[in-house]
Design a protein around this ligand. Structure first.
Ligand code: ADP
Ligand code: MG
Ligand code: MG
Length: 886
C-alpha cells in the first residue's frame, strides 16, 4: 500500500522529494529536538495523484484522519472543540522553495461555535475574533476562490472608520463585525456559506493547497526558476501556535548570517503581537532582531542557540521562521537560505575557515552566474549629490530606469524595451511579473525578509526595500521624498542595491571590486579574497581548458589577464571592414586575375599586422584563427541604397556613378535569399581564387615575424562550415602549400595545425572521415544550433521564442544553453567518431555556449579539451569547469 502521510517524527531532510522542503525540514528539526509544533505531512505523491485524476487518492482521507486523531490525543483536545479548540495550519511545501507562490491557511478548525471557547482559554476576546477573521480571509480566498482584495478593502475601510493606524488597533468588537462582513463577502461571491465543520475545513484546505500547485503565480515562478511542472506540492498540517496573543507574543524571520553580505551573526526581523504572515507581507514594519533581545532576552538566546544548531547541522546559511507564544519559542520553518552572489562567495569561503565544509564543497556552492553578477559595474557616487532616499540594501547591484508603480505598467514598458524600476509600498506575489520585467525593485515598507527582498535576491535582481522616507502614492503614480520632491511615473532614477540608496537621474558606473581584481590581481576586500579562492580551487580541479574568443590584441590581452589559456576563435571578418572595404570591393569586382591579385596583395600586409599583434598578446599560447566565413556580399554596400542612388541619378537625367553601377550589378549577382546557408565558409575558399592563400600567407608571415622577434607564436588555422571531408582536403592542400612556400622563403619552419569547425549536422555525422584531414575540431555551436533546429537565429528570437518558452517547448533558449538532446547528441557523436579516427584529436567549442554554466558542464561530460568564450565570460567558464569536475 502506498503511504500518503508521514508524521514529523517519521521524516527527515533527505525526504524532500516526498515531503517537500518544508515538511522534510520540519521533520529534521523535530528529530534534532528543536521545539516544533507537532504535525504531519501529506506527500507530493498524493498531490500528483489528485492533480492527475481530480479525486483524492484512495486511502488518503483515512490516513489523514488517523494522524489527526493521534495529534488530538497528544494535545488532549479535538480539532475545533467548542470549549477549547485545537487549531491547525495547512501549509504548502514543494521540493524546491517557492516563497509565497502557493497557499497556506492558518487557524483551521475555528467555527462560530468555538470562537467563544478560544476567547475563554486564551483570555482574549480580541485574539479569538482576530484569529477567526484571519481564517475567513485565508480560507475565503485560497479555498473558496474569493478575490483577496475584497477582504483587504473591508479591513481597510474598517481601519479608516476607526481611525486605526494598523490592525493591532482594532478591538474585539470591530473584529467581530469584520467576521460578519467577511462571511457576507464569501456568501455573496460564492453563493455558499463558510463551512462550519472543522473536518470539512481541513479536507478542503488540503485539496486547495494541492490545487495551488497549478496556480498562475506558481507556474510563472517555476518557469523562471526552471523547476519542473510535474513535482507537485506536499501539504503540512501542524498545530497552530499563536504570535498574536499580546505583547509577549510575536513572529519573526531570522537568518543564521546576513543573506546580503554573508557576514556571520543572527540576522532578521521581528514583529510583536503578530502571526508570521504579517512579517513577510510587510503590513506593519518589523523591527530588527536586536529589539527582540531587549524585549524577550530568553527567547532571543534560545533562537540564537537553535540557529547555531541548525547552521552546524546543515553546514550552511539557514533561514528560519519562528513564533513566540506567550514567551515560548516555536520553530516553524527552516531551510538552506537564498543569498546574494556576494554572500554566496563570502559564506563559502568562511565555512571552510570554520572547518565546516571542504574546499570542494565550497566550490560547489558558488556559481558562474553569481560571479558574473559580481563583475557588473557599480555606481560611481563620488560626484552625485544627496540620494532621494535611503532604504535597506536588500539585493545588491546597480540599476537605472524609469519609475513605474504597478506590475502591469512594468511589464508593458519593459516589453517596449524600456528599463524600469518597480516602486511599491510593498510587493505581493501578484507583483511577480513586474518584478521579473523590472531592473530593480524599490519598496517603502518591509525589511530584508519581506517578500520584495526575498524574491529579488532569489532572482539576482537589485532591490532596496523599507525606504520609509518615501511616501508612495500608487494611485497618483508618484512618490514623494522627505524634503517634498515629487517623482512622477516615467522619471529616471538610479537604485543602488548594495548601499540601499536611490539617486535622481542616471548615475555613472565604475568597475566593481571583483572586476578590478580580475584586471589587476589586486585583492582589496574580503569578497574579492573569497572570489580569488574559489577561482584558484576551480583552476586546480578542472580538466577543461578555457580559451577566449578575441579578434584584437586588446581583447586578447584582457582575456589573458582573466585567465584565458589561448584564443579558441579569432574571427578575421572585421579585418575586412573600415578603410579596408575599398580593397575588398576591388577584390570582389576584379575582372582579371592580375586586378584581383593586386587587391589581395594590398590586403596582405594589413592582415599580417593584425595577426602579429594578436600572436604577441597571446605569446606562448594557442591562437585559433578562422579563415574568412561570411558571404562576400556582406562587405558590399546595401543593394537598395545603391539602387536608389542609381535610379535617382537617372531620374534627374544625370549619368549614374559608374562605380555605383558596377557595385549594384555585383550585389545583384551575388544576392542570396538565405545567406546563412549560401556561399560562405569553406565554400568561399573553394570558389574565390587567391583568398585563402592571402589569409594563410598573412598568418604564416606573422608567425615568422614573431619568431624573428624572439616570440613563441602558436597559430592554428581553422576552416569554417565544412560539411564534407573533400572540402577540407582541398582547402588544407592549399593551406599546406602556402605554409611550405613561406617556410622556404623565410627559412623559418612554419607549422600550423589545420583543423575545422564542426557546425553542420553533416560534419558531426561524418566526423570520423573529417578527422582524417583535421588536426583539431572546434564546435561552432551557434551555427550548429541554427542548422540542427532549422532556426535562423536573427529571425526566430524576436518572432516566436517567447511563445515557445511560454508553451514549454524548451525551458531556455537553445542559443543560450546547449540543447543536450539534439545538438548535444551531435556533439557526442562527433567526439566519439573523431577520436576513434584520430586519438590525439584536440576538441573544443567556440560560441556563446562556451561561457554558459550549464553548457560548460555538458562539454566537460562530453570529453572536450577546452571551451572558448568571450573574454568577460572567461572567469565564469573557469569556475564552472572546476565545478563540473567535482
Ligand atoms: P510560506 O511557504 O509562504 O512561507 P508557510 O507555510 O511557511 O508559507 O506559512 C506562512 C506563515 O504562516 C509562516 O511564516 C508562519 O508564520 C505561519 N504559520 C504556519 N504554520 C503555523 C503554525 N503551526 N502556527 C503558527 N503560525 C504558523
Ligand atoms: Mg504563504
Ligand atoms: Mg514559510
Amino acid at each position: 500500500m502506498v503511504r500518503y502521510v508521514y508524521d514529523f517524527a517519521d521524516g527527515g531532510r533527505d525526504m524532500a522529494d516526498l515531503l517537500g522542503g518544508k515538511g522534510a525540514n520540519l521533520a529534521e528539526m523535530t528529530r534534532l529536538g528543536l521545539p516544533v509544533p507537532p504535525g504531519f505531512t501529506v506527500t507530493t505523491e498524493a498531490c500528483r495523484a489528485f492533480l492527475a485524476t481530480g479525486a483524492e487518492p484512495q486511502g488518503m482521507a483515512e490516513e489523514v484522519t488517523r494522524h489527526l486523531t493521534a495529534l488530538e490525543t497528544a494535545a488532549g483536545r479535538e480539532l475545533g472543540r467548542p470549549d477549547d479548540p485545537l487549531l491547525l495550519s495547512v501549509r504548502s511545501g514543494a521540493r524546491f522553495s517557492m516563497p509565497g507562490m502557493m497557499e497556506t491557511v492558518l487557524d483551521i478548525g475555528l467555527t462560530d461555535a468555538s470562537v467563544p471557547g478560544l476567547a475563554k482559554v486564551s483570555g482574549s476576546e480580541r485574539f479569538a475574533w482576530d484569529s477567526y477573521r484571519r481564517l475567513l480571509q485565508m480560507f475565503g480566498s485560497t479555498v473558496m476562490g474569493v478575490d483577496a482584495a475584497l477582504f483587504e478593502e473591508a479591513i481597510t475601510r474598517l481601519k479608516e472608520a476607526r481611525e486605526a493606524p494598523d490592525d493591532v488597533h482594532l478591538e474585539a468588537a470591530d473584529l467581530q463585525g469584520l467576521v460578519e462582513t467577511y462571511k457576507r463577502v464569501i456568501r455573496d461571491e460564492t453563493g455558499q456559506d463558510f463551512p462550519q465543520s472543522p473536518a470539512e475545513q481541513l479536507r478542503l484546505a488540503i485539496l486547495a493547497v494541492f490545487r495551488s500547485w497549478n496556480g498562475e503565480r506558481a507556474r510563472l515562478y517555476r518557469r523562471r526558476e526552471h523547476i519542473p511542472d510535474d513535482l507537485g506540492t506536499a501539504v503540512t498540517v501542524q498545530r497552530m501556535v499563536f504570535g498574536n496573543l499580546g505583547a509577549d507574543s510575536g513572529s519573526g524571520v531570522a537568518f543564521t548570517r546576513d543573506p546580503a553580505t554573508g557576514r556571520p551573526g543572527l540576522y532578521g526581523d521581528y514583529l510583536a503581537n503578530a502571526q508570521g504572515e504579517d512579517v513577510v507581507a510587510g503590513i506593519r514594519n518589523a523591527v530588527p532582531l536586536a529589539e527582540l533581545e531587549r524585549l524577550d532576552p530568553r527567547s532571543y538566546r534560545r533562537l540564537r542557540d537553535h540557529a547555531q544548531t541548525l547552521e552546524r547541522h546543515y553546514r550552511d546559511l539557514c533561514d528560519i521562521e519562528f513564533t513566540i507564544e506567550r514567551g515560548t519559542l516555536w520553530m516553524l520553518q527552516t531551510r538552506v537560505g537564498k543569498r546574494t552572489a556576494e554572500a554566496a562567495f563570502a559564506i563559502a569561503a568562511e565555512l571552510v575557515e570554520e572547518g565546516l565544509i571542504t574546499p570542494d564543497e565550497s566550490l560547489a556552492r558558488v556559481g558562474g552566474e553569481g560571479l558574473a553578477r559580481l563583475m557588473f559595474p557599480r555606481f560611481d557616487t563620488s560626484a552625485t549629490g544627496e540620494p532621494l532616499a535611503h532604504g535597506i540594501p536588500a539585493s545588491p547591484g546597480a540599476a537605472v530606469g524609469a519609475v513605474v508603480f504597478d506590475s502591469a505598467e512594468a511589464v508593458r514598458r519593459a516589453g517596449a524595451g524600456e528599463d524600469v524600476i518597480l516602486v511599491r509600498q510593498e510587493t505581493t506575489p501578484d507583483d511577480l511579473p513586474g518584478m521579473v520585467a523590472a531592473q530593480a525593485v524599490l519598496t517603502s515598507r518591509g525589511g530584508k525578509t519581506s517578500h520584495a527582498a526575498v524574491v529579488a535576491r532569489g532572482m539576482g535582481k537589485v532591490c532596496v526595500c523599507g525606504a520609509e522616507e518615501l511616501s508612495v502614492d500608487t494611485g497618483a503614480r508618484r512618490f514623494t521624498t522627505r524634503d517634498g520632491t515629487v517623482v512622477e511615473e516615467g522619471t529616471t532614477v538610479s537604485v543602488d542595491g548594495s548601499a540601499g540608496a536611490v539617486y535622481p537621474g542616471a548615475v555613472p558606473l565604475v568597475a566593481s571590486a571583483a572586476m578590478r581584481y580580475l584586471e589587476t590581481g589586486e585583492q582589496t576586500d574580503g569578497i574579492v579574497t573569497a572570489v580569488a579562492r574559489a577561482l584558484s580551487r576551480a583552476d586546480s580541479v578542472r580538466r577543461l581548458e578555457v580559451r577566449a574568443n578575441a579578434d584584437t590584441p586588446e581583447d586578447a590581452a584582457r582575456a589573458r589577464r582573466f585567465g584565458a589559456q589561448g584564443i579558441g576563435l579569432c574571427r578575421t571578418e572585421h579585418m575586412f571592414l573600415g578603410e579596408r572595404r575599398r580593397l575588398v570591393e576591388e577584390m570582389i569586382l576584379a575582372r582579371t586575375d592580375s586586378a584581383r591579385d593586386r587587391a589581395l596583395a594590398a590586403l596582405l600586409p594589413l592582415q599580417r599586422q593584425d595577426f602579429t599583434g594578436i600572436l604577441a598578446a597571446m605569446d606562448g599560447l594557442p591562437v585559433t584563427i578562422r579563415l574568412l566565413d561570411p558571404p562576400l556580399h556582406e562587405f558590399l554596400p546595401d543593394r537598395t541604397e545603391l539602387a536608389v542612388r542609381v535610379a535617382s541619378a537617372e531620374a534627374a537625367g544625370r549619368r549614374p556613378d559608374p562605380h555605383d553601377v558596377e557595385l549594384l550589378d555585383a550585389v545583384s549577382r551575388m544576392h542570396e535569399e538565405n545567406p546563412m546557408l549560401g556561399l560562405r565558409g569553406v565554400r568561399l575558399g573553394l570558389v574565390v581564387p587567391g583568398l585563402v592563400a592571402m589569409q594563410v600567407r598573412a598568418i604564416a608571415e606573422a608567425v615568422v615575424e614573431r619568431v624573428r622577434a624572439g616570440g613563441s607564436p602558436e597559430a592554428e588555422i581553422m576552416v569554417p562550415l565544412v560539411g564534407a571531408v573533400e572540402e577540407l582536403r582541398i582547402e588544407r592542400e592549399e593551406v599546406e602549400r602556402v605554409l611550405a612556400e613561406v617556410s622556404k622563403e623565410s627559412g623559418v619552419a612554419v607549422h600550423c595545425p589545420v583543423g575545422t569547425m564542426i557546425e553542420l549536422p553533416r560534419a558531426a555525422l561524418t566526423a570520423g572521415r573529417i578527422a582524417g584531414e583535421a588536426q583539431f575540431f572546434s564546435f561552432g555551436t551557434n551555427d550548429l544550433t541554427q542548422t540542427t533546429w532549422g532556426f535562423s537565429r536573427d529571425d526566430v528570437e524576436a518572432a516566436f521564442f517567447s511563445a515557445y518558452l511560454d508553451k514549454g517547448v524548451f525551458a531556455t533558449s537553445p542559443f543560450e544553453t546547449i540543447d543536450r538532446d539534439g545538438v548535444g547528441r551531435l556533439v557526442r557523436i562527433a567526439v566519439e567518431e573523431g577520436r576513434a579516427a584520430r586519438p590525439d584529436l584536440k576538441i573544443g567549442v567556440c560560441g556563446e555556449h562556451g561561457g554558459d554554466p550549464d553548457s560548460v558542464h555538458f562539454f566537460h561530460g562530453a570529453g572536450l579539451d577546452y571551451v572558448s568564450c568571450s573574454p568577460f565570460r572567461v572567469p565564469v567558464a573557469r569556475l564552472e569547469a572546476g565545478r563540473a569536475a567535482l
